[in-house]
Design a protein around this ligand. Structure first.
Ligand code: 3AM
Length: 182
């Protein structure tokens, strides 16, 4: 086994937008992000975290993948139409005023599967679906809502977070299709 295979990986499951959605997210939020006074998330890193796993031993990554493959989930479409702000994390985010039921079901199913297959105990914090737009934002957003962005979800991703001096950098390790949205 190589050193890369056994080293621990900082992992999370996320919805990772396709190119058209990514461009729309950027287009509809760029003016607000520019004016929020924080540090924007790079466009190619925008995502919605489903489940944060933290440090996973290298030898357990295969089991995490197995857990995700076993999930059965219908496709769905998210509509992003509101800004929000996490005061303690100083994060400006984009969210949905009406998240469809399959979204929290997918997040909960992943947590259940990961626990069952790997024995890892993922972060127990309540699921708050959001796309982080900028960090170090010191004030709540006082902007009109964005024009709605539709994100058709037909899969999710296992993502690695690597900490660098300029902040974390995310890389998709694997993608998992779900049924296409109807
Ligand atoms: O998707 P966002 O950017 O909001 O803040 C981290 C990031 O969220 C979050 O997981 C995502 C990928 O790093 N995160 C980092 N540490 C965490 C922890 N201990 C965490 N979420 C929950 N618990």
């Amino acid at each position: 086994m190589t050193a890369a295979a056994v080293r621990p990986h900082r992992l999370f499951f996320a919805l990772w937008p396709g190119e058209a959605t990514r461009r729309a997210l950027y287009r509809e939020t760029r003016a607000v992000v520019r004016h929020c006074g924080g540090r924007p998330v790079a466009t190619d890193q925008l995502h919605l975290t489903l489940l944060f796993l933290g440090q996973v031993p290298g030898e357990a990554v295969g089991a995490v993948t197995t857990a995700a493959v076993a999930l059965d989930c219908p496709g769905f479409t998210l509509v992003f139409d509101r800004y929000g702000w996490f005061e303690s994390a100083q994060v400006l985010w984009l969210g949905c005023s009406a998240p469809p039921a399959p979204l929290p079901t997918l997040a909960a199913g992943l947590a259940r599967q990961v626990r069952a297959v790997t024995g890892l105990v993922p972060d127990p914090k309540p699921f708050q679906p959001h796309v982080t737009l900028a960090r170090k934002v010191r004030n709540p957003p006082q902007f009109p809502p964005p024009r709605p962005v539709a994100w058709p979800v037909d899969g999710f991703a296992l993502v690695e977070s690597v900490t660098a001096p300029e902040g974390a950098r995310y890389t998709v390790l694997e993608t998992f299709p779900i049924q296409s949205p109807v």
